[in-house]
Design a binder for this molecule. Structure first.
Ligand SMILES: Nc1ncnc2c1ncn2[C@@H]1O[C@H](COP(=O)(O)OP(=O)(O)OP(=O)(O)O)[C@@H](O)[C@H]1O
Length: 239
């Protein structure tokens, strides 16, 4: 299967400015390769850096060392060094990110929030809205809510709008940060089904799934993010 993510020897240290510039190493020499059609679940102790790794892959966090290659339209783009316009392009066409929380856009309807990624890729707006409606329907968002901005939706409804927005475009790579965290069993099953469909069309998935049943249902393999040594830092903090 085609290699889609080739991340080598990533290191990331946070500098805690409010604590005298203390350095907190989180990722140390982490390498991860992901192929088309597979789902890799990030595991490891709390605070090991699972979310940090996902955010680094999405270029939300800058790594200090290592290469972070993403296969974008047949060429490798190193997200650690790419120019901002390249990152925007990779995110639009290749790399999706589903977080737990919806960033609500004031006055924009749920339908348009979900349709937007397709419109940005050049899809006809009406067709994009039809696809958005179909996906919101599958995710059990009542049709009366589609034309409303999701600011007043429940936490679970907002999460499902967010998932629909993240999964509507057939991007070849998906990063998922606890996509099923606050969903009931029925909606969790729908999300698992949608992720399986993405895998079946050849997408690669990298995710954090604290819920073991979801992880078992979707992950092909586990990738352990090791806890970096923090002994010295803890000592300094305690001093
Ligand atoms: N923006 C930041 N600034 C400073 N420190 C940060 C930042 N983001 C994360 N950290 C620290 O990096 C470490 C790893 O955090 P991260 O959220 O990646 O862990 P995680 O493995 O996803 O944890 P959990 O399973 O508890 O969600 C933690 O010690 C956290 O406090």
């Amino acid at each position: 299967m085609t290699l889609l993510i080739d991340a080598q020897q990533l290191s990331k240290t946070f500098v805690l400015h409010q604590q005298g510039g203390l350095e907190l190493p989180v990722l140390t020499d982490v390498s991860l390769e992901v192929h088309a059609g597979e789902c890799v679940a990030l595991v490891g102790p709390s605070g090991a850096g699972k979310s940090t790794l996902l955010k680094a892959l999405y270029a939300n966090y800058l790594v200090q060392h290592g290469t972070l290659n993403i296969l974008h339209k047949g060429r490798w783009v190193d997200m650690a060094r790419a120019a901002p316009h390249e990152i925007v392009e990779v995110r639009r066409d290749t790399l999706g990110y589903v977080s737990q929380f919806l960033r609500v856009i004031p006055r924009v309807s749920a339908l348009d929030i979900v349709a937007e990624p397709l419109v940005e890729q050049g899809e006809d707006r009406e067709l994009a809205r039809q696809k958005a409606g179909a996906l919101l329907g599958r995710l059990n968002i009542a049709e009366r809510l589609w034309s409303l901005p999701p600011a007043t939706f429940s936490g679970g409804e907002q999460q499902r709008v967010n998932i629909a927005r993240g999964l509507i475009s057939p991007r070849p790579l998906l990063l998922l940060d606890e996509p099923t965290a606050s969903l009931d069993a029925a909606n969790r099953a729908v999300v698992i089904e949608l992720m399986k469909e993405a895998k079946a069309r050849g997408a690669a998935l990298v995710g954090i799934f604290h819920d073991e049943a979801t992880r078992d249902a979707i992950a092909d393999r586990l990738f352990t993010v090791p806890l970096a040594r923090r002994d010295e830092i803890k000592k300094e903090l305690a001093a």
